[in-house]
Design a protein around this ligand. Structure first.
Ligand SMILES: [Zn+2]
Length: 378
C-alpha cells in the first residue's frame, strides 16, 4: 500500500488487542473524518482475520496468498461496499445503469488498491441501495474458503444507506452469524439508526497532522508550496487533500471542455463565487446554466477553486509563478495584494464545503447564497 497507516494509534491498539486475545467483535463502527485511514485500518483488520498463518501476536503474516488477496481487494471472503450514484438518469435503461455502477465500483476498487486513502468524487448524490445490502447479505451467508474461517464485510460511508438499506443492514446485525465480521465506516455516527449504533463497537479515528499530509503529497510529486496549501485546507484529511487533484467520476465526456464553453463557465464561476457584485443568486445561476445541473455546477466550483489557488500561489511564490489561469494574471495579482492568506484559505474551504453539500442534498441556490453570505456579500 502506498502509505502506512498513521495517526490512529488508539484504534489500532484496540484492534490489535482483540486479534491477540481472539476476542473480536461481530460489528465495528469506525468513526471520524473522511480520508484519515478508516478503510485502510479496516483492510488491515481484515488481513489479520483472513490470514492463513497469523503471527502469535495476532498480526497478519504479510506473505500468504490471503494476505496478498486482501491487499488487492480480491479475497473471496472480503466484501467492500462503496456508496454510488444511481446512474439511472441521462436516458439509461436500468440495465445500463447497473453496468455503469459496476464499472464505477471496479474503478474505485482499483484506485483503493493503490491508494486506500482515495475518496471518489461524484457530481450526483451517492447511496447504498437496498440491492447493495441484499448482495452483502448473500455474501455473508456463503461458506468461507477456509473451513471455519472468517468473512469480512466493510461498508464505506455507512451513513449513506437509504432507509430501506439501513433496515436491511439492521436485520443482518440482529442475526449475527459466527465468524462474520462487519466494519462500518462513518464520518457521522448520528447519521446512522440508533439501533445500528448500539449494536457496534465504536472506534474513533482522528484528523491527521498537516505536516504528514503535506509530506505525502510532496512525495507524490506535488510541488512543495502547493502541497502545503492543499494540506492546510484539508482539515487533517489526506483523502480530502488528494481530492484537490481529482475530478468527479460520473461526469460524462470528461475530456477538455471546448474553449468558448470553458470561458463562459469560468465567467459564471467568478461572478458567483469569487467576486459577486450583489447578492443575486438565481439570475446568474440560470445565465450560467448552473441552477439544475450538479455536475456543471461542481465544475464551476472547481474553476473558482483553481482561481483561488492561483491567487494563493501568487501570494506565496511571487509574481513569476506559473498560473492555471494565465490569462487572468492581472486580476490575480490584484486579488493577491487585496486578500490575506487566511481569508484565501477560508474561501477555499468554503468552496469545498459547497461542493460537498451539493453532492449530498443541499440545493445549488442555497449553497451559493450561504457561500456569498460568508464572503460578506448581501
Ligand atoms: Zn498471511
Amino acid at each position: 500500500m502506498a502509505e502506512t497507516l498513521r495517526g490512529q494509534d488508539e484504534a489500532l491498539t484496540l484492534l490489535r488487542a482483540a486479534l491477540h486475545t481472539g476476542h473480536t467483535g461481530h460489528a465495528y463502527l469506525f468513526h471520524g473524518p473522511s480520508g484519515v485511514g478508516k478503510t485502510r485500518a479496516a483492510l488491515e483488520f481484515a488481513r489479520a482475520l483472513l490470514c492463513d498463518a497469523r503471527r502469535p501476536d495476532g498480526s497478519p503474516c504479510d506473505t500468504c496468498e490471503s494476505c496478498r488477496m486482501v491487499l488487492e481487494l480480491r479475497h473471496p471472503d472480503l466484501e467492500l461496499l462503496v456508496p454510488l450514484p444511481s446512474f439511472s438518469s441521462e436516458g439509461r435503461t436500468e440495465r445500463q445503469a447497473e453496468e455503469a455502477r459496476a464499472e464505477a465500483r471496479a474503478l474505485i476498487r482499483a484506485r483503493l488498491v493503490s491508494d486506500p486513502y482515495f475518496l471518489p468524487i461524484f457530481a450526483k448524490p451517492v447511496a447504498h441501495s437496498v440491492e447493495d445490502l441484499a448482495r452483502a447479505k448473500q455474501f455473508l451467508s456463503m461458506t468461507a474458503c477456509r473451513e471455519g474461517g472468517a468473512k469480512v464485510l466493510i461498508v464505506k460511508r455507512a451513513e449513506a444507506m437509504t432507509p430501506p438499506a439501513a433496515h436491511a443492514f439492521l436485520k443482518i446485525l440482529e442475526e449475527p452469524q459466527p465468524n462474520r465480521v462487519l466494519v462500518l465506516g462513518t464520518r457521522q455516527v448520528s447519521g446512522l439508526l440508533p439501533t445500528i449504533q448500539s449494536r457496534c463497537l465504536h472506534l474513533r479515528f482522528r484528523p491527521l497532522s498537516t505536516e504528514w499530509i503535506a509530506s505525502v503529497l510532496a512525495a507524490r510529486g506535488v510541488a512543495e508550496p502547493v502541497a502545503r496549501l492543499a494540506a492546510a485546507t484539508a482539515d487533517g484529511s489526506l483523502g480530502k487533500a488528494l481530492q484537490h487533484f481529482e475530478t468527479p467520476m460520473d461526469v460524462p465526456g470528461k475530456g477538455p471542455l471546448d474553449p468558448a464553453e470553458f470561458s463562459r463557465l469560468r465567467t459564471a464561476a467568478l461572478d458567483l463565487l469569487v467576486d459577486p457584485k450583489e447578492a443575486a443568486v438565481l439570475g446568474p445561476l440560470r445565465k450560467g446554466r448552473l441552477d439544475r445541473d450538479r455536475s456543471r455546477f461542481l465544475a464551476a466550483v472547481s474553476l473558482a477553486l483553481h482561481y483561488y489557488r492561483d491567487v494563493l500561489r501568487f501570494v506565496l511564490m511571487g509574481e513569476k509563478t506559473e498560473l492555471v489561469n494565465e490569462d487572468l494574471r492581472r486580476r490575480i495579482s490584484v486579488d493577491a495584494r487585496a486578500l490575506t492568506v487566511d481569508s484565501l484559505t477560508r474561501r477555499v474551504r468554503d468552496l469545498e464545503e459547497i461542493a460537498e453539500a451539493v453532492q449530498t442534498n443541499v440545493t445549488i441556490p442555497y449553497a451559493v447564497a450561504s457561500a456569498q453570505y460568508r464572503m460578506g456579500v448581501g
